[in-house]
Structures are given as structure tokens and as C-alpha cells.
Design a protein around this ligand. Structure first.
Ligand code: C2O
Length: 587
């Protein structure tokens, strides 16, 4: 039997979208309730679709012909079953970013880590349960750069009858940032990896797929929130951009941050927020008490710390107050003045530090922060850029004629040609990966100094770090300045972690731990390693499987800034990864 699943606020959201953009077609095919759990069934048909932006039509990879892709809407505790059918000439794999995947590593999705990709003409059913999470997450393709167009929101409502720990919003609005590329992004990254040079950059940023009026030939492609006065809106903000952290602000309005990465935080109010690729942020927006006789731009643009070129353009949407009693009949009354927000400078790291320091777990009795107080294993990872030598008889476009690379502890991760989890489970891992990922740099140097180490070349290997079940882990990630100090949003699959400390310069193990926050640190799945600085996280390895960890700037991931943890089974039956589903794709 089908059950009704959307609270009125979400129906309103769906209505809001269908009135302006192809966003909310019902892709959910049914939902079943058995006992306490509801199962939400979706069918995702991967197909090519023509989309026009900036006066140019392009054939892009989509789910069900929608761009951005469909919303998944569930409640905490629900089972989600997504049948993915690949009708395009690319290998496909989808990842449910931020979902814990407790005992369901087979459904996590990173290609060649937990599964082989779904080949053209084939299908795979992702099947997982949402446990202990509520808020906003998202799904995206997890192979090459196909997530450029294959992404959509995951909205996890609290269990039935459980309120938000903030006042009930009048409406909920997903806001997904993306990058629009006129070029074919697969060609862009393939060429960059061939030449060793930096890839091209995007042509525009988008809000819910729309670049907005600040670009040439894009005036009508604008996302609008049609605001009523005196109401509170919950904006579910997602950064799905490939390569850019973004500042976001709405003119003359403040934003109260209430949740990040599907974990409630202590509310705080800002004019501008920062969101890295992979991260999600829920904010409350309270509209003006009366019709203001003005409209307001919302804008996002890059926070960029690297030395290369980046897309320095600005996406704009509109917070539109449309007075129903006014005589204007057009959808946007151009005679009204409009205001634009003031965003921080493109490289404003002190703004970013100030902002991230405000993020604290709610840490209430109902939503405790279960920070590991004891640590079983400590790890120290350097993260940053490096080089590979140019192959003979090649000309390379990387630094000084070399090829760009990126690494963790100087290991640039080489993608295997079969899935790590599959080969582990089958006991056939010998020829696929090594288990000796370095727990700290083999040759320490002044990581954030101006003198580079003796060699800036990386080593290339497929290595994992093995953790016994329930290991309590402390990991310090240290940014390096080789080829420039740059911010790296690191994402860990399969776990949330607590951000217990961060700082600039080199991490000092004698002094810094004394200042760690073990009481209410923010809990998340993606954290920025500050440019020329470090961040310390803790997590409990309570989920058996192979778990990818990587920079969520896609270009850095492609260059090798990625690794995997292998978390072993525990001794109890409830601590063992079940066997793979029978339709798990083969390589
Ligand atoms: Cu959002 Cu491994 O990714």
C-alpha cells in the first residue's frame, strides 16, 4: 500500500519548484510500510538529455532527464531502495554522500572502491537504511567527473512526531550549487590527466541548475524564492560544485545556521556562510516583517586559495517579495529596486576561519555529541599537491614541465581496476592493493615552510590503512605548501567525525592537543583543511567495509588526493559486513 510521506511543508516545496523549474517530478515510485520501517523505492534511469544554459545547448548525463536530479525524501529510520539503470555510454556509479551505510558498504558507491561501475545497459539496486541521521545530504555520481551533472538532494526528515530543535519553518527550499561547463567535463579531465596540466575551469556557477542574470545570455535562467513577509524558511544548502568552495549571502537578510552534514548544530547567525564541495548546511531565513517594496539577490562565488586559475564569476538568484495586492502582473516587477549582498574577498581565509570556529555540535541530551574521549590509534597525514615526472618523449603542462599530482603522506592513490571491497571480501586482495598505507610521512619536512622538501615527486600506489573493528581514531590532516598552500575539503565515507581542533602552520603534538574541543566539536563528513594549516578529527571505526577518503575538489581527487580505510569485521554477527548483493556489478 502506498503511504503519504510528505508533510505539507515539503509539498509546498515541491509546488514552489514545479512552478519554476523542472525539479520536483515525482520519481519515487512507491513506498511500503512493514512494521516500524518504511521502504522508499526510487527508479533512477541514467540518460542523456539536452539542456540549454548561457545560450548553448549541451547533451548531459541526467537521472530521469532531470537537471539537477530528483530529490530523495525519507524519514530517519527508513530503508531506501534505488534501482539505477544505465542507459548512457559511460560507466556509472552513484554515491549517497554522508549516509553512514552501517553494514551496507556495498551500497556506498565510489567506483573501484566498494563496487565496479554499472556498465552501459546494466543496472544495480542500491539498498540502505538511514540510521541516526536527519537533515540534508545529497547523492552524486562517483566516477570520473560525471558528478558535474549527476547530483541531487537527499532530505532526511526527523522520525514521525519528532520536531526540529528549532521552530517549524513555513517552507523548506533546497538550494544546490553546481558548476556549469560549456565543455564536456569528461574530455576536460581526461585531457588534463594526459598533459599533466591544470584542467579548464567552469563557465558559471548555478543555483538549482540556473546561473542567473550576472552571466551573458542567462537573464532568464534565474532561481527565485517567492517570499512572503514575516515567515521563516528552511534553506537546505548543498555544494555540488566540482572544484570550488563557495561563499553565499542574501542581501539585507541574515542566515541562522542550524545543521551541517545532517547533524544539528548550536544555532548562530551570519550574513555570509562558506560551504565546501561535499558539505551541506541548513539555515533559517526569516523574511522581512512587511512587503519591503524591494527584491534581494542571493549570490555565491568562490573562496579560492590555490595558485591556479579558477572560476571567479558569481551566481545570483532572487528573493522576490511579490505583493499580491500590488497591480504589477509580471512575474518580476522590474520597477522595484533590488539589493545585492556584499561577499568576502575571494581569498578571505580569516573570514573562513572565523566562520568555521562558530560551528559547534548541538550536544544536547536528545542529540549528544559522542566524541571519542580515548584514542586507540593516532595518525598524521600530510595532504597537498606534488608532481610526477613527465614520461619520456612527452611534453607536460604541469609545474616546470612535470605532471601535477596530489597525495596523502606522499602516496598518490592509484585507482585499481577492480573494486577494493570486492577483492577484500573474496580474499583476493593480494594483487589489488597493499595494506601498508603510511601512518605518518616517511620523510618529515617543514610542511608549511617556504622551502620545499628535497623531492616534490609523489609515489603512486594503491594502499589502504587497516583498522580493527571499533578502533577509536584520531587523525591530524596537515596541509602542505608544496606548489602553494591550498584549502582541501576532505571527505570521509562511512562515518561522521568530530572536528576537535584546527590551526595554521605545522601541527604541534606537544602543544595543540591541550586545546582540543572534546565537549561540543562539530560533527560532519567533510572538513576543510585550512591552507597552510591542519585539522584534527576523531571517529570510531564501527562500520566494517572499505571507506574512501578524499579531497572533494574533484581535480585534486583526480590527481590522487585520496586513500581508503579498511575496517575489519567485529566478532559478533551484528558487526560483520553481510555478503554482497547478487546484482553487484562486475568489472
Ligand atoms: Cu561526495 Cu567520495 O564523495
Amino acid at each position: 500500500m502506498a503511504v503519504s510521506l510528505f508533510p505539507s511543508s515539503l509539498l509546498m516545496t515541491a509546488f514552489l519548484f514545479s512552478s519554476m523549474i523542472l525539479f520536483a517530478f515525482p520519481t519515487m515510485i512507491e513506498s511500503w510500510q512493514t512494521g516500524a520501517t518504511t521502504t522508499r523505492h526510487y527508479q533512477f534511469d541514467i540518460k542523456m538529455t539536452n539542456v540549454t544554459r548561457l545560450c548553448k545547448t549541451k547533451s548531459i548525463v541526467t537521472v530521469n532527464g532531470q537537471f539537477p536530479g530528483p530529490e530523495i525524501v525519507v524519514r530517519e529510520g527508513d530503508r531506501v531502495v534505488v534501482k539505477v539503470v544505465n542507459h548512457v555510454p559511460y560507466n556509472i556509479s552513484l554515491h549517497w554522500h554522508g549516509i553512514r551505510q552501517l553494514l551496507s558498504a556495498w551500497a556506498d558507491g565510489p567506483a573501484y572502491i566498494t563496487q565496479c561501475p554499472i556498465q552501459s545497459g546494466n543496472s544495480y539496486v542500491y539498498n540502505f537504511t538511514v540510521v541516526g541521521q536527519r537533515g540534508t545530504l545529497w547523492w552524486h555520481a562517483h566516477i570520473s567527473w560525471l558528478r558535474a551533472t549527476l547530483y541531487g538532494p537527499i532530505i532526511i526528515l526527523p522520525k514521525l512526531g519528532i520536531p526540529y530543535p528549532f521552530s517549524k519553518p513555513y517552507k523548506e527550499v533546497p538550494i544546490i550549487f553546481g558548476e556549469w561547463w560549456k565543455d564536456d567535463t569528461e574530455a576536460v579531465i581526461n585531457q588534463a590527466l594526459q598533459t599533466g596540466g591544470g584542467p579548464n575551469i567552469s563557465d558559471a556557477y548555478t543555483i538549482n541548475g540556473l546561473p542567473g542574470p550576472l552571466y551573458n545570455c542567462s537573464a532568464k535562467e534565474i532561481f527565485k524564492i517567492k517570499a512572503k513577509p514575516g515567515k521563516t524558511y528552511l534553506l537546505r544548502i548543498i555544494n555540488a560544485a566540482l572544484n570550488d568552495e563557495l561563499f553565499f549571502s542574501i542581501a539585507n537578510h541574515s542566515l541562522t545556521i542550524v545543521e551541517v552534514d545532517a547533524v544539528y548544530v548550536k544555532p548562530f547567525t551570519v550574513n555570509t556562510l562558506l560551504i565546501a564541495p561535499g558539505q551541506t548546511t541548513n539555515v533559517l531565513l526569516t523574511t522581512k516583517a512587511e512587503y519591503p517594496n524591494a527584491n534581494f539577490f542571493m549570490e555565491a562565488r568562490s573562496y579560492a586559495t590555490g595558485q591556479g586559475t579558477f572560476d571567479n564569476s558569481t551566481v545570483a538568484g532572487m528573493l522576490e517579495y511579490k505583493n499580491p495586492t500590488s497591480l504589477s502582473s509580471s512575474s518580476f516587477n522590474k520597477s522595484l529596486p533590488f539589493f545585492k549582498p556584499i561577499l568576502p574577498a575571494l581569498n578571505d581565509t580569516s573570514f573562513v576561519t572565523n566562520f568555521t570556529k562558530k560551528l559547534r555540535s548541538l550536544a544536547s541530551a536528545q542529540y549528544p555529541a559522542n566524541v571519542p574521549q580515548m584514542v586507540d590509534r593516532r595518525f598524521f597525514f600530510t595532504v597537498g599537491l606534488g608532481e610526477n615526472p613527465c614520461p619520456e618523449n612527452h611534453t607536460c603542462q604541469g609545474p616546470n614541465g612535470t605532471m601535477f599530482a596530489a597525495s596523502i603522506n606522499n602516496v598518490s592513490f592509484v585507482m585499481p581496476t577492480t573494486a577494493l571491497l570486492q577483492s577484500h571480501f573474496a580474499g583476493e586482495s593480494r594483487s589489488v592493493y597493499a595494506s601498508d598505507f603510511p601512518i605518518m610521512p616517511l620523510t618529515p619536512f617543514n610542511y608549511t615552510g617556504s622551502t620545499p622538501p628535497n623531492s616534490t615527486f609523489v609515489t603512486n600506489a594503491t594502499k589502504v590503512l587497516v583498522l580493527p573493528f571499533n578502533t577509536s581514531v584520531e587523525l591530524v590532516m596537515q596541509g602542505t605548501s608544496i606548489l602553494g598552500a591550498e584549502s582541501h575539503p576532505l571527505h570521509l565515507h562511512g562515518f561522521n567525525f568530530f572536528v576537535v581542533g584546527e590551526g595554521f602552520g605545522n601541527y604541534n603534538p606537544a602543544k595543540d592537543p591541550a586545546r582540543f574541543n572534546l565537549v561540543d566539536p562539530v560533527e560532519r563528513n567533510t572538513v576543510g583543511v585550512p591552507p597552510g594549516g591542519w585539522v584534527a578529527i576523531r571517529f570510531l571505526a564501527d562500520n566494517p567495509g572499505v571507506w574512501f577518503m578524499h579531497c572533494h575538489l574533484e581535480v585534486h581527487t583526480s590527481w590522487g588526493l585520496r586513500m581508503a580505510w579498511l575496517v575489519l569485521d567485529g566478532s559478533l554477527p551484528s558487526q560483520k559486513l553481510p555478503p554482497p548483493p547478487s546484482d553487484l556489478p562486475k568489472c
